[in-house]
Design a protein around this ligand. Structure first.
Ligand code: 5RP
Length: 223
């Protein structure tokens, strides 16, 4: 069963010189959760933020769920720091963990929702062994590393396939999609079964976050 739709701005495209204010504004303007792109300049060719920034936002007063997408390899060592920093969701790439089941367990034992992330060319067969453990599945619709890229169309087929697997499992697993999501393609992506929409440049590079978020939300398939 599809869960309530979430709009999740990716802070990768926010103005980092006033990050607290940016996050406050986007939440006031209708965002549901805040998406963090954690990049290590090893698993992906870019370097971004770590647990200190997550903790700083929590201390700033952000009470909305923080959704941490770990684009790091290896992944296990950094997970306790994000749990301690106040993460709500933590997702990682299966190829970044030696023991996927153990990594998922570590996240959940820390009180966070756990999930796997699949790049556009990464097969999803691993899902058959871990479906019973997942709270969230994130499909990348661009190759990870940078904001502002174009949505890769074949991700829609993957989204439909994963939606079927989630529905067949009977579990409440969130289906998140990230990369190149705009007002003009979000309806089609929603129809393909996603319920959580990460958008960076489409929101933070516009003048009026509320207008953009409202326009996105209007296009979503109601649950
Ligand atoms: O994870 C990411 C890149 O690795 C970003 O979250 C994603 O690309 C969002 O940015 P945009 O909406 O501008 O495409």
């Amino acid at each position: 069963m599809k869960q309530a739709n979430f709009i999740a701005p990716s802070i990768l495209s926010a103005d980092f010189s006033r990050l607290g204010e940016e996050v406050d504004n986007v939440l006031k303007d209708g965002a549901d959760i805040i998406h963090f792109d954690v990049m290590d300049n090893h698993y992906v060719p870019n370097l971004t933020i770590g647990p200190l920034v997550c903790e700083a936002l929590k201390n700033h007063g952000v009470s909305a769920p923080i959704d941490i997408h770990l684009m790091v390899k290896p992944v296990d060592n950094i997970i306790p720091n994000f749990i301690k920093a106040g993460a709500s969701y933590i997702t990682f790439h299966p190829e970044a963990s030696e023991h996927i089941d153990r990594t998922l367990g570590m996240i959940q034992e820390g009180g966070c929702k756990a999930g796997l992330v699949f790049n556009p060319a990464t097969p999803i067969h691993v899902l058959e062994n871990v479906m019973s453990k997942l709270d969230i599945i994130l499909l990348m619709s661009v190759n990870p590393g940078f904001g502002g890229q174009s949505f890769i169309p074949h991700t829609l087929d993957k989204c439909r396939e994963v939606r079927k697997l989630i529905d067949a499992s009977g579990r409440n697993i969130r289906l998140e999609i990230d990369g190149g999501i705009k007002i003009n393609n979000i309806h089609e992506i929603s129809k393909a079964g996603a319920d959580t929409f990460v958008a960076g440049s489409a929101i933070f590079k516009t003048d009026n976050y509320k207008t953009t978020i409202d326009a996105m939300r209007m296009k979503l398939v109601e649950v």
